[in-house]
Each structure stands twice: as C-alpha cells, then as structure tokens.
Ligand binder design. Structure first.
Ligand code: DLL
Length: 433
C-alpha cells in the first residue's frame, strides 16, 4: 500500500495551528505534572500550563538547554515511568557524559512517521530499495532512517557506516535505489566507486538523504552532477527525536519542519527574544507530543530562519533555512558531534597532560580529519619516544571509546601551544565550506 502520510504536510494553516495549540497545551500540562525539572522551571518563572492560551504565549515559558540534560543525567527529564520506555539513544554532551534520550513506543511511532514523511517528500515509496549508511548505535541516524524507510514500506538494507566497497557492491548487486548517510560519507562512497570502476550513474541509485552535518547547495550540485542522484537534506537532533525533524522537498527552498510534532521558534541567541519570521537567529524547538522526555523550548544552537509563505510544492509546513553554522563551539566531524570541553574533560585528568590543547580539523578526500594536539609535562618528554607513544595511544583510545572519533593525537612540548589573554581558541577549523 502506498502511504498517504504525506497528506499531513498539506493541511491548511488554521487547522494546523489549532492542532499545535491543543498539543502544546497538552505537553505543557504533561511536563509540568510529570517532570519535576519542568515543575520547578515553570514555578520559578511564575507560569502555569494554563497560561498558554495562544501559540505565541509559549514565549513566557522557560527554555531548556543542553546543560539541563547534562545536569539531570541520565533520567532527570523523563516524564513517564521507566516501564513505558522502550528505547534509549544518546548524543554528545558538553563534557564526558553523554546526553541520554528516552522514547516510549508512541514516541518511536511519531519519529517513524516524521522520518517517513521526509522520504515521501523526497520521492521515495514502497518501490524503493534503500541502504542505510548512518551508524547504528547510540547515534539516532541509523535506527531513525531505518524505521522511517520501513514505515513507507521500502526495502531496507541496514549497512551502517564504514565498509564503502561492500556498500558499492550492495548498491550494484541489490538494485539499491536510495541511500541515507552523511553528505561527506556519500562523497567518499563516490570516490570509492570510482576507484573500483563502478559508475554510480549506471546503477539504479536515484535518491540520497543526507544530513547530520552542515552541507551546502554547492555540495548538492557536486553530488547530483557526479552521481546522477537527487540529493535531499534531512535535519534533526537527538534531543528532539533524531533525523526527520525537517526535510526538503523537490523545490529545495529550505527544509519543511514537521510542525504538527515539533514547534519551531527563532530567537536572538544573546537576549532570548523571539524574532519575527524571515529573521535569522537560533532555532528553538518544542516537542508537541513526545511523552517519555518532552522538551520545551529546546535551544538547538543551530542558526536558521523560518519562512511561512507557502512553498511551490504546495506544502503548508514552515520552511527553515539550511543550517550553516551554530551559535556555540560544537564541531561536527563525520557526522559525530564534539565539544572542545568534552575533549578537555576526557584528557585533562590523564597523568602528564597539562591544560593546554587545540583541535585541528581538516578535510582530506571529502572526509573530515581531527587532530588533537595536547601539551604535556616535561616528564612525558623525558620519557622518550616510547613513553610519549604510550600516552598518545591512551588518549586515542579514550577519545575513540567515549566520543566515537578516531583522532590523530600529537603531543606538544611544554609551552608550545599558544597562550592567549582573552578567550582561548581551542579550535582550528581548516575545512573549506
Ligand atoms: O545528527 C540526527 C540526524 C541523523 C540528522 C541523521 C540527520 C540525519 P545529533 O547527533 O544529535 O543528531 O546532532 C544534531 O547535527 O543540532 C545540527 O547542528 C546538526 N545537523 C543535523 N542534521 C543537519 C543538517 C543528528 N541536515 C546536530 N544540516 C544538529 C546541518 C545538521 N546540520
């Protein structure tokens, strides 16, 4: 059966807004009643769920920050009993501990629905055979894309990332028509295909759903021209749900947010003031019907802009501009999020490491590479090559285990890393956008 889920993207704005209001009133009551964090936060601001009479009243309610998830780690934001939680994912926190996200079965159904709507919007159906190249792990990419594709009845190949030659073989032998992975990984796959003599244009591959990291229209053109596929953008974040918070249609004029489940606002990142449509600022999202861990006014730190004019495709859903930058120092390397403070808290406790470090990000053959340069004490230098290699290996393993990134570790002599009077700059990002 061909899914009719996409019809939800075309409801009239008054109908959509009435639904949003009902759901928003419900989720505020649910959060206030069942999550002590939100009871306290609303009480502190002197607001009650009943104070929300129209959608714009949301601005009276407190924001939620990533640090709130860290401070209440692991289950402090849960609003249902543990027996109702059927899945846990996790994302990078700002320090050593990850951010934990929980889901009820209903939450998973909503997530599948919105991810499915992304794929339908991109032109996929139950006739597609799709390979998932996002990681299957605590990261939401693999499972999120998988369940969305299953929801539309597509045939799913749960490949995960990493084995590009095998992936090319699958594309060719299994008549794969769609792929879901990060844009940089797909460019790598294109290079591998070329190396092994596979012209992707001669395969059945037609659609790519790329996200989890910023990419540009130029990169889309490059991919489309050199692989013969349609390249679609898919946006999301674990705290809110995972992939499928928004996706782009064939017009590619911004990403449609599935507003019936995720309510967007744009704020001034410095003052917190809500900005009018068409103004650039920080994207803030409220989950309208996520039960396990509702998030109210979650500050994404992604910089975007909302457009409410009807899209040429006929969808009434608001469009957000593609994310090009963030208002914080989070890096995204091969789709994996990383905060300098995370590296700091992992590495600085290690014997022989002093509190000076820098993260150098480069791009080689379309893949991001991370070098972590840490300054060490004189006794590490005195320990010679063997002692230094041992420490570098230990740092490498710790970063790999805790963050999931294979980084090159270089040890710097005492005093070698530049000191600065003001805010220390820990990141040297040499990737050209
Ligand atoms: O990256 C979820 C996802 C998986 C989205 C697969 C799309 C595809 P997190 O690991 O929590 O979740 O990272 C969320 O990644 O706040 C953005 O900064 C960035 N991001 C995600 N999608 C896009 C995109 C997943 N399409 C953070 N364009 C977000 C630009 C994106 N940035």
């Amino acid at each position: 059966m061909i899914s009719d889920l996409h019809l939800k993207d075309f409801v009239s704005r008054p109908v959509l807004e009435a639904l949003q209001l009902r759901r928003m009133q419900f989720i505020l009551r649910h959060a206030y009643k069942h999550s002590p964090f939100y009871t306290k936060a609303m009480d502190k601001m002197g607001v009650k769920p009943e104070d929300l009479r129209q959608l714009s009243d949301l601005s009276k309610f407190p924001f939620t920050q990533k640090t709130d998830l860290r401070d209440t780690y692991p289950y402090g934001l849960n609003a249902v009993p543990q027996t109702e939680i059927v899945r846990i994912h996790a994302s990078s926190g700002t320090t050593g501990k990850p951010i934990v996200v929980t889901y009820t079965q209903d939450d998973l159904d909503i997530w599948s629905e919105t991810t499915a709507r992304c794929f339908l919007m991109g032109g996929c159906s139950n006739e597609d055979i799709t390979v998932i190249g996002y990681g299957y792990s605590l990261f939401t990419g693999g499972m999120g894309a998988h369940q969305g594709m299953e929801k539309i009845g597509a045939t799913v190949i749960p490949m995960g990332g990493g084995n590009s030659e095998k992936l090319c073989m699958m594309i060719q032998d299994l008549n794969v028509t769609a792929i879901c992975c990060t844009p940089s990984y797909f460019i790598h796959v294109m290079e591998v295909a070329e190396k092994i003599g596979l012209d992707l244009r001669t395969t059945k591959l037609r659609h790519g759903f790329f996200g989890a990291e910023p990419w540009t229209d130029e990169k889309r053109d490059f991919i489309e021209k050199n692989s013969g596929i349609h390249a679609h953008d898919i946006f999301g974040l674990s705290e809110i749900m995972g992939p499928g918070v928004a996706g782009d249609c064939e017009c590619h004029s911004g990403l449609h947010i599935f507003e019936d489940h995720y309510y967007p606002e744009i704020i001034d990142p410095d003052t917190g003031e809500v900005l009018p449509p068409g103004t650039e600022g920080e994207l803030v999202l409220t989950t309208l019907d996520k039960m396990a861990m509702p998030l109210l006014r979650y500050r994404t730190h992604d910089i975007s802009c909302l457009h409410y004019e009807k899209c040429e495709c006929g969808r009434t859903l608001v469009r957000m501009d593609r994310i090009r930058r963030r208002s914080d120092d989070m890096l995204i390397i091969r789709g994996v999020n990383l905060f300098p403070s995370q590296v700091e808290s992992l590495v600085m406790g290690m014997p022989g490491v002093v509190p000076h470090y820098e993260l150098i990000v480069t791009r080689e053959h379309a893949m991001d590479e991370l070098e972590i340069r840490v300054e060490v004490s004189p006794d590490v230098i005195a320990s010679g090559e063997e002692g230094q290699a041992k420490l570098a290996r230990a740092i490498h393993v710790k970063i790999k285990q805790m963050v999931g990134i294979s980084a090159k570790i270089s040890l710097a002599e005492p005093g070698a890393i530049a000191r600065c009077d003001g805010k220390t700059k820990h990141i040297i990002d040499k990737r050209q956008k």
